[in-house]
Design a protein around this ligand. Sequence first.
Ligand code: ADP
Ligand code: MG
Length: 455
Amino acid sequence: MEATRTRTPQEIWETALGELQVQVSKPNYRTWFKKTVGLSYRDNQFIIGVPNTFAAEYLEKNQRSLIEKALIGLTSSGVQVVFQVNGKPHRYQGTGASETGFPAPSPTYTRLNPKYVFDSFVEGNSNRLARGASMAVAQNPGHSYNPLFIYGGAGLGKTHLLHAIGQAAAANHINVICTSAEQFTNEFVSALREKSTEEFRNKYRSIGMLLVDDIHFIGGKEQTSESFFHTFNELHNTNRQIVITSDCPPKSMPLLEERLRSRFEWGLIVDIQPPAFETRLAILHAKARQRGVNIDSDVLELIAREASGNIRVLEGSLNRVIAYAGLLGEAPTVDIAARALEDIANKGPIEDTITPDLIVEAVAKSFQLDKEELVGRKRDKNTALARRLAMFLIRQETNYSLSQIGQELGNRDAASVTTACKKISVDITASPYLKRKIRVIQRYLHPESGSKASR
Ligand code: ADP
Ligand code: MG
């Protein structure tokens, strides 16, 4: 990520679109997402421009939560999406909308990731102190440790704990703002531009708890740091809880202003370490349970042994093993897990390398065929279907032209690719079998989207 420049709403939205593109079908994407733009991002509100009310209504009803999930991942804190048509916010008539047509503001100003709660956070030696301190401030905000400063490497659960605190506090009717240093900076910069710094200050002054993710982002940004300094003081002086996360302790942040550093050191500083094997295993058990997948302890042990300390990566490995087994239509045994992990090690992140070859291989596996058979001359029903499906998926997943796709599949001509793709699009609506096949293959190609792909 670029640390030196603030991303524009359009840049954030483009990244989100990249993610959404793999989560919805291609026609769906083309119809509803393609002509949207990221207009602005302020006060946790992300405004998306859409071409017409029809599209606004569709997205509002069907895609809002998916969109917000994608944006949460990119902004590391909450967002509320507003669709806008011709410069006007779309007036949604369904439930959850307020009189103004904007979605009813949540009491926390912010959307916290509902999965990130204390209940789903597995305790281990590596995070015990951080978890305990987080629970203490959630239960007794402003009084135990203020500020609470949590630091640790990537994927160790900082954001998870921060959102868990926010959710526990919000349940006690505390007015929480959860933001990231990046978002705080964006907001501050646009407040400066729009001469609304007073409003900006008031908003932060009026809250009960402030959660700021990834504070290291603020380093070197003088004006934002100053504004944050004042916000911090006002809240701290009146015993309102502040929780901050960072990738390193205050003393190791070279660009942090001295006065902010000393304030961060007023409260409690806790770190999260990479989890040991036993904790990794416990986390895998919990994640498998959450996903409702039955998976042997042996298999989880294998994954836990191979994976690094980054829990995001650990979850990724689990998703891939499940997806790989799904592709083969078998239970995830140790043997299958080992093969899936080996595949990952050899290929790296699958998403970066979705090639026709990979798709052919996946389709062949799921139809119990050899690759050679798939691109060869066999014409039995099973092989012919697999071949059509491979063409269809390559068309969906890559930028290959029809004739290139034909070449990949044993030098067939473009016309037969067109026919195959058309036939699959038609058959798909009538055949649950075909739908299921496509789903397992897509889950294999996009394991990170995990359960989302199974909708
Ligand atoms: P960070 O903010 O430190 O980079 P995150 O909080 O985003 O890391 O965590 C990455 C992923 O790992 C998330 O999906 C989170 O739910 C999961 N995770 C991290 N720690 C734990 C834990 N102790 N128990 C369960 N899941 C965890
Ligand atoms: Mg984080």
